[in-house]
Design a protein around this ligand. Structure first.
Ligand code: PLP
Length: 440
């Protein structure tokens, strides 16, 4: 008998016993290679001593204070380190929260408040893209172009997702880059003109699309064009870096692959790297100025926000990333893994596309050519289940039109060794052979 509500109530789940490095062990003694860092979260791998020591030290000193009564050295140092490490010369202020969804919600509120403080109270819509995921709370889900996750709650949601994703494998216009001239980016301008810039506070995007697109990566020039459109129409640009931030893609931030800096940034997942629930919304000095000079209050917050324990863990994670050059590592080892995945693609005709950057890589499956895998085949589920039986964890993702389409994300910890990548590929190949046997 179980009283714990799990994601799928009719399934049985292995019970975890321990985890070390890139491996997770269950209570039956089975070993799993963590090929997706949980939900693209355990970026350092499991059981890192430095993080646990920081956690212990902070717990002994003070684990919790309420953010409206005290600040803490840990939270202050974390905010300073974040601004220095991700700012590229721009100062960012940090608002700490506990999950990626909360980071998105806070980003929405800061964007709206930025305009309110300047007397432009009508600017309160946030535009976003189809095939996107920004969180599960109602506000963040409103922004998310993830048809399956939205379906049950559509009556409660604002109808925010507006423009097509930069999905070159399935270009919505049937065009190819670069002759397409970024037609998908120009959809943003069309939407702004239709809705009216006076009603729009911001546009939000994941630099590389995660759960809703299995690492869909826009072509060069796309974000520069998006940012230019935002600036010309007085609209803030929010980068949802919850999955892509802090080294995952082989740059410190996903957006660093392009020549653009966001006005507001959402971070999560890799910030605590699975050692603690922590996330953050960062706002540039330009965004903070009217709020500082106006009401001086960000109208949001959670009881556990900015608790010293989580902040000290995130600081230790950041220091570990820097000390062990994990950003560069993600680039190098990611390039190796990418080539290996392309080799697998040559062996299996139903691998339609391999994409992504650094250690955020996606595989999209097809029936053949570009034909989407129908959702009723539950193909992604089959791949994930067979992989798990073989001792490999991979992350299910949406693709295609968000309903039909099948894909997985491969995103091991940034600490993975080259020999362990070979082991991952071997397990993935075994998985694909078994899937092929079951679905000839
Ligand atoms: N934003 C992105 C890009 C994500 O990938 C996710 C989670 O997958 C979220 C936001 C929501 O984060 P959380 O699950 O921590 O609420």
């Amino acid at each position: 008998m179980t009283y714990l509500i799990k994601p799928h109530l009719h399934r049985t789940y292995p019970t975890v016993r321990s985890a070390k490095g890139i491996y997770v062990y269950d209570t039956d003694g089975k070993k799993y290679l963590d090929g997706c860092s949980g939900a693209v979260t355990a970026n350092l791998g499991h059981g890192v001593q430095e993080v646990m020591m920081a956690m212990n030290k902070q717990a002994e000193q003070v684990a919790f204070v309420y953010r409206s009564q005290f600040t803490s050295e840990a939270a202050e140092k974390l905010a300073e380190a974040l601004s220095q490490q991700i700012g590229r010369g721009t100062t960012y202020w940090t608002f700490l929260v506990n999950s990626g969804s909360e980071a998105t919600e806070t980003a929405m509120k800061i964007a709206i408040q930025y305009w309110q403080e300047q007397g432009r109270k009508g600017k309160n819509k946030i535009l976003s893209r189809w095939l996107s995921y920004h969180g599960i709370t109602i506000g963040a889900l409103s922004l998310s172009g993830h048809p399956m996750r939205r379906a049950r709650f559509v009556p409660l949601l604002e109808d925010f997702p507006t423009i097509s994703p930069p999905y070159c494998f399935r270009c919505p216009y049937g065009l190819t880059y670069p002759s397409c001239q970024w037609r998908c980016a120009d959809e943003l301008e069309t939407a702004i003109v239709r809705i009216g810039a006076e009603h729009i506070a911001a546009f939000i995007a994941e630099p590389i699309i995660g759960a809703a697109g299995a690492a869909i990566t826009p072509p060069d020039g796309y974000y520069e064009r998006i940012y230019d459109i935002c600036q010309r129409h007085d609209i803030l640009f929010i980068a949802d870096e919850v999955m892509t931030g802090l080294g995952r893609t082989g740059k410190m931030m996903g957006l660093d692959h392009w020549n653009v800096q966001a006005d507001i940034i959402a971070l999560g997942k890799g910030l605590g790297a699975g050692y603690t629930p922590i996330a953050a919304t960062l706002a540039s000095e330009r965004v903070m100025a009217p709020i500082m000079n106006g009401s001086g209050v960000i109208m949001s917050g959670h009881t556990l926000s900015a608790n010293p324990l989580s902040a000290s863990v995130a600081l230790a994670v950041l220091q570990y990333i820097e000390r062990h050059h994990l950003v560069q590592r993600a680039h190098e080892i990611g390039t190796y893994l990418f080539t290996k995945l392309q080799n697998l693609q040559k062996q299996f005709a139903w691998i339609g596309d391999v994409r992504g950057k650094g250690l955020l890589l996606g595989i999209e499956f097809v029936v053949s050519g570009k034909e989407m895998v129908p959702s009723d085949l539950a193909f992604t589920d089959l791949v994930v289940t067979v992989a798990q039986q073989k001792g490999l964890l991979v992350y299910p993702a949406a693709a295609g039109n968000g309903k039909d389409g099948a894909a997985i994300i491969i995103a091991p910890p940034l600490t993975i060794e080259q020999s362990q990548v070979d082991e991952l590929i071997d397990l993935l190949e075994q998985t694909f052979r078994e899937v092929q046997r079951r679905c000839p």
